[in-house]
Design a binder for this molecule. Structure first.
Ligand code: ADP
Length: 539
């Protein structure tokens, strides 16, 4: 027997329509490329998104067509999302930090018909034009800001001003595709994850929940994590759904710029990868500043370093929410925090627990398995391959790339190695391809990095395994020092002694000017391996 409740398809256009009707005057603030602050409201953003839909339709775009964006977080980028998705087109976010060859490859694979881009990316796209599939280019600018270009591009403001807002939104099945985002392809070619309206709505609701980000109408949220990096972790959906004020930081993500917006807009919750926080914390310390309004910082994308957790908690009284996820999981997969049974734990035990990647919210299931696929115990010690299944988890890649990606129980192999404890809290020990295999045992590159990041004078660090004739692999640690620091290899060795098992001690330490970062702001291990290849390590 079927239930007798209303059929109310979970489509994302309903989110912005709700925000316009119920939280219409709530502000959306954005920093423009020239640094100017622009203010609008959900009501206006909704109306402009509808115009954008009509403008897309005039270009012949409809259900199933891909519309790509190459843009920083802004209110106009948000309009592109809702405008495309509202008419059943698929919004494809491109990551400007990718290599141009990858950008061209991804655009071809997605066969997107339109590219809407920030003025700052015109120079990146022009030389690639003959390798791109786009029929139309739209530059996000007003008429007076339009740069000279060879793309025959439309001017965003003129383009939407010429359209009206009488469009039909929704009306399609909730499982219709609405977003496309490619994994950054650190192993092989990037693969497209094709989100549905339903998965994005459910994911947005999951993100709003108290046990996850906990977003309500009185929050002021600044998504620093880019909209092209796993959907800004769902925040451009969760914020309007909750009626939270949204602050979009554009492309200036250095410590000072981030601080200024957090302070002037009285941001209560913000989210980004660890490298952003390293920059902000340094700036706060150097200028002896505080963050009186900020209550919560969401950190994910790579492991949360203890030094960052302690600094936010102890020096600034700000709660840190550690999240794990992947492009394939929309991305929320687990959220750190103390289980109620551990509320009385001592300070060090608390820290150790908060550094775990945490428990899956409702809608996500996690399991660890051995190489043969047999489930491993949830004892907090046994390490295995992490599998995931859930309501907003990829079931296949776009264009069938990678073939069948689910096991017979419908689980997806994350490529991460993890433990799960009796409370269900998961801890990533490494990515399967980054784990250092020494003498038949595993060394966690993440653990070494996190410990060395607490050493005074260290700005960033990356550990990799390099081939070794006797031990199979041995750890090598790359370290970026603070300017002017006289930290030596002996100092590092002394610092690590007693904090890691003796056989985990890196065989070589290499100081570098800058730790290379990948397109989503994580330590680029591939680049480190190439660098290690080029020096005589004498192992
Ligand atoms: P890519 O791997 O292409 O950069 P994702 O952003 O989808 O793209 O990365 C997902 C991976 O990032 C996870 O599989 C995991 O290895 C890593 N990751 C994400 N969050 C965390 C975290 N909190 N701790 C450790 N690793 C993390």
């Amino acid at each position: 027997m079927r239930g007798l409740m209303q059929d109310w398809p979970l489509t994302v256009d309903r989110i912005i329509t709700h925000a316009a009707r119920v939280h219409g005057s709530r502000e959306v603030v954005a920093r423009r490329t020239d640094g100017m602050i622009h203010r609008t409201t959900y009501e206006a953003l909704h109306a402009r998104s509808r115009r954008l839909s009509a403008a897309l339709q005039r270009l012949g775009i409809g259900e199933g067509d891909r519309v790509a964006t190459l843009a920083w977080n802004s209110e106009r980028h948000t309009e592109c999302w809702y405008g495309a998705m509202g008419i059943g087109a698929i919004l494809h976010t491109l990551n400007p930090r990718l290599h141009p060859d990858q950008l061209a490859w991804i655009s071809q694979d997605a066969a997107s018909r339109v590219l809407i881009l920030d003025t700052s990316f015109v120079g990146l796209i022009e030389p690639l034009r003959h390798r791109l599939p786009f029929e139309h280019y739209v530059i996000i600018a007003g008429p007076s800001e339009m740069p000279a270009n060879s793309l025959d591009a439309l001017c965003y403001e003129d383009w939407i001003a010429a359209a009206d807002d009488r469009v039909e939104w929704g009306g399609f099945d909730e499982n219709t595709a609405c977003g496309l985002c490619y994994t950054s392809g650190t192993t092989g070619n990037p693969k497209g994850v094709l989100y549905s309206h339903r998965s994005n709505v459910l994911h947005a609701m999951m993100g709003m929940g108290k046990g996850v980000f906990g977003i309500g109408p009185d929050d002021v949220v600044m998504p620093i994590v880019p909209m092209f990096h796993a959907n800004a972790w769902g925040l451009a959906f969760s914020c309007p759904a909750a009626g939270a004020k949204m602050v979009m930081p554009g492309g200036q993500l250095d410590g000072q710029s981030v601080y200024e917006l957090l302070d002037s807009e009285r941001v209560t919750l913000t989210a980004a990868v660890p490298t952003i926080w390293l920059g902000l914390l340094r700036y706060l310390r150097e200028h002896k500043l505080q963050l009186p309004y900020l209550k919560k910082v969401v950190i994910g994308g790579s492991a949360l370093p203890e030094a960052i957790l302690r600094a936010f908690q102890d020096d600034y009284g700000i709660e840190v929410v550690h999240g794990w996820g992947m492009t394939e999981t929309s991305p929320i997969g687990s959220i750190g925090g103390l289980p109620t049974g551990l509320a009385d734990a001592g300070p060090d035990a608390r820290i150790a627990y908060l550094l775990k990647q945490g428990r899956p919210p409702f809608g996500v299931e996690l399991e660890i398995v051995d190489e043969a696929g047999a489930e491993l115990p949830r004892d907090g010690e046994t390490q295995g391959r992490l599998l995931v299944r859930g309501m907003a988890v990829a079931g296949a890649y776009f264009q069938g790339r990678g073939g069948d990606i689910l096991d017979e129980d419908g689980f997806f192999d994350t490529g991460d190695i993890a433990t799960i404890d009796r409370f269900g809290a998961m801890q990533i020990t490494d990515r399967a391809k980054d784990v250092i295999k020494s003498g038949g045992e595993w060394i966690s590159s993440i653990d070494i990095e996190n410990i060395v990041l607490t050493c005074p004078g260290v700005v960033n660090a990356g550990a990799i395994g390099v081939p070794h004739p006797k031990w199979d692999e041995r750890p090598v640690l790359f370290v970026e020092k603070q300017a002017g620091s006289d930290l030596s290899v002996d100092d590092l060795r002394a610092f690590l002694t007693g904090k890691i098992a003796s056989w985990w001690m890196p065989d070589a330490f290499l100081f570098v000017d800058q730790i290379p970062l990948g397109p989503t702001g994580k330590v680029n291990k591939l680049a480190l391996r190439e660098m290690a290849h080029e020096v005589e390590l004498g192992l």
